[in-house]
Design a protein around this ligand. Structure first.
Ligand SMILES: NC(=O)c1ccc[n+]([C@@H]2O[C@H](COP(=O)([O-])OP(=O)(O)OC[C@H]3O[C@@H](n4cnc5c(N)ncnc54)[C@H](O)[C@@H]3O)[C@@H](O)[C@H]2O)c1
Length: 584
């Protein structure tokens, strides 16, 4: 973990010397990255490297950390006022004429909230991205509101955050933190981070860690109690704020930010399914959001605020949907586009895929592309994966949706029929998972795979043996893959819809009947599905919900949920229904 190619300088301020590193062209807009506890500026190395092509990136070791010197005496040397002096001294040195884009993580964010809410920095900050570090003033008001007007929910929130703050109480004890860091905690810290937070080990700078961590305890002691007791009443942000909230943060509850719009009226929210150290574990996403936010602030434009479902979660993410030319796939591509995602619509029907991409763009999603491909064709899928990875990068979400219907008794179903349905419904999913999932796993920055199965995956039927078998295989494949990829933070979901009103009814094949009977049955099925009239848009919403909640299996439609319950608690009844089921 090093800052390759960084230029270093020293900035003197208030009796300390700060070690400042710079990357990128100083003529470009400046991004200042402030690290947290017990880190040094190197925690940003991955993010800084990704931003350096577009920005002048500046990092500094907070006083008493890394290579910056510590104040003497330590007590009283880490107040928010002194940290603000340091920030202004660095900004004066690296960007005297232009306001900077400020980004803070953990304590870097806590202190940056001070910078962005005090009068003396007005005009010096163009935007602020906050990651895992609340304003102590906002936190104080949050506690007061819950203590003064307790409801069961609010008391639960207080207790929840109270439990997550165990380390803050310890850091207020005299000498104990210093002893712990100079002992085994200091030695094993990189290992603890690797195991508990999945922070890549490697070249974590451990040499200064015990001293940094001992000094950093004064960040807490000098500020936390005083501010939480008497939070400033006017801690309003004077720059636009982007809040990135890791959903699995072991130290901070998401609820802390419920009232944040009050303090930061120009607020953009982003959420990530990850732990506390996202600058290390999700550098691609963090850098992309910083770049997008800073770029829109530079242009004087408000940051794009997509209004779709889970926009905070999917904005800017790269999503590929197969079978996106029609029905559930098309609705899913639209739903992700409305949430601000960059969408690749894939279908074997090139025109239909192009229409989906075009309509997504018309609906306000500038980054929507179409790619023709047959998911059952391994070589075509290999080419597609290569093109997508070359031109757009690694997917954040893959939706293996393309599928075909086939009805008919087991003995009416020919081996050719079996091959066709398995080639698309099962092999299509296998190819997608292998080719795109492998790169997701290799990147090791999380992601999600959705496989569209069906309620037929768990509901036996005497008229759908081949289709149901293909979908049952997709369900089990999804469960197995979910187990395998969990360690890499990649979620896998099997979506199981019931009857959905799409064109699958008019394209589904009926085995063992002549052309005329085929058409008659297709029309009758289309009529029945039309009467049921469950829209594909609702399945798309369920898909986005399932990804956001990282669900393993998502039955959609009441009949699919009902069948799932019977499958689990009364399978005999489900088997009896399968025997009397009418032929379609
Ligand atoms: N409609 C339902 O009632 C229902 C119920 C449960 C599950 N499903 C599943 O949902 C998925 C989507 O179905 P739908 O109802 O939206 O159907 P649809 O026919 O409206 O859309 C399917 C799309 O997939 C494309 N496609 C088919 N084979 C392909 C291939 N080999 N390569 C690339 N694209 C291909 C088609 O061109 C079409 O655009 C399927 O997997 C289906 O099995 C549908």
């Amino acid at each position: 973990m090093t800052l390759k190619g960084a230029r270093e300088r020293w900035v003197r301020t208030g009796g300390v010397e700060l070690c400042v590193a710079e990357l990128g062209d100083p003529g470009r807009p400046t991004v200042v990255l402030v690290h947290g506890y017990p880190d040094s500026k190197e925690v940003w190395s991955e993010v800084a490297a990704r931003l350096a092509g577009r920005f002048h990136v500046v990092l500094y070791d907070v006083r008493g950390h890394g290579r910056s010197t510590a104040p003497r005496p330590l007590r009283g040397g880490f107040t928010l006022a002194k940290l603000t002096d340091d920030f202004l001294a660095v900004v004066d040195a690296v960007s005297p004429d232009r306001p900077v884009h400020l980004v803070g993580h953990d304590w870097g964010s806590v202190q940056s909230w001070e910078f962005v809410t005090v009068g003396r920095t007005e005009g010096r900050i163009a935007s602020f991205t906050s990651i895992s570090g609340p304003s102590l003033d906002h936190f104080g008001h949050w506690i007061n509101a819950r203590v003064k007007r307790p409801t069961p929910r609010r008391v639960g929130q207080l207790l929840g955050q109270g439990a997550k703050s165990w380390y803050v109480y310890l850091l207020h004890t005299p000498a104990l933190p210093e002893l712990a860091w100079r002992g085994p905690l200091g030695t094993y810290w990189p290992k603890i981070l690797e195991r508990a937070e999945r922070v890549p080990g490697g070249d974590y700078p451990t040499a200064s860690l015990p001293t940094d961590a001992a000094h950093g305890a004064w960040l807490y002691r000098d500020n936390v109690r005083a501010r939480l007791r008497r939070p400033r009443p006017d801690a309003y942000a004077h720059a636009p704020v982007q809040l990135i909230t890791p959903q699995e943060d072991a130290f901070l509850s998401e609820r802390l930010y419920d009232d944040l719009d009050r303090w930061a009226p120009r607020l953009t929210r982003r959420t990530l399914p990850a732990g506390h150290w996202v600058p290390r574990t999700r550098p691609d996403q963090v850098a992309a959001w910083i770049e997008q936010f800073a770029t829109s602030a530079e242009g004087g434009r408000p940051a794009p605020r997509p209004t779709g479902r889970h926009a905070d979660r999917f904005a800017g993410q790269l999503v590929l949907v197969t079978g996106a030319g029609s029905g559930i796939g098309r609705a899913t591509a639209f739903a992700f586009a409305e949430a601000g995602a960059r969408v690749i619509a894939v279908d074997r029907d090139a025109e239909a895929a192009a229409r989906t991409a075009e309509q997504s763009r018309l609906a306000g999603a500038p980054d929507a592309w179409a790619e023709p491909a047959d998911v059952s064709d391994e070589q075509a899928m290999e080419k597609l994966a290569e093109k997508v990875h070359d031109e757009h990068g690694v997917l954040d979400v893959l939706v293996n949706n393309a599928g075909i219907g086939l009805s008919g008794s087991f003995f009416a179903t020919t081996t050719d029929d079996w091959r066709k349905v398995l080639d698309v419904n099962l092999w299509g999913v296998i190819h997608g998972c292998r080719l795109f999932g492998a790169r997701m796993a290799e990147r090791d920055q999380g992601g999600h795979i959705v496989n569209v199965a069906s309620a037929a995956a768990y509901q036996p039927s005497r008229v759908l043996p081949a289709y149901s078998t293909s979908k049952a295989a997709v369900l089990m494949l999804s469960e197995c893959l979910r187990a395998e990829l969990a360690a890499q933070g990649i979620g896998v979901t099997a979506v199981c819809p019931g009857f959905v009103n799409t064109s699958i009814t008019s394209t589904a094949r009926f085995a063992g009947v002549d052309e005329e009977e085929q058409r008659r049955r297709q029309q009758r099925t289309a009529r029945l599905y039309g009467l049921r009239n469950y829209p594909p848009e609702k399945v798309a919403d369920a898909i986005l919900d399932a990804v956001a909640d990282n669900r393993a299996v998502a039955p959609v439609t009441p009949e699919a949920r009902g069948a799932r319950l019977l499958y689990r608690f009364a399978p005999g009844l489900l088997r009896r229904i399968a025997r009397v089921e009418p032929r379609l």
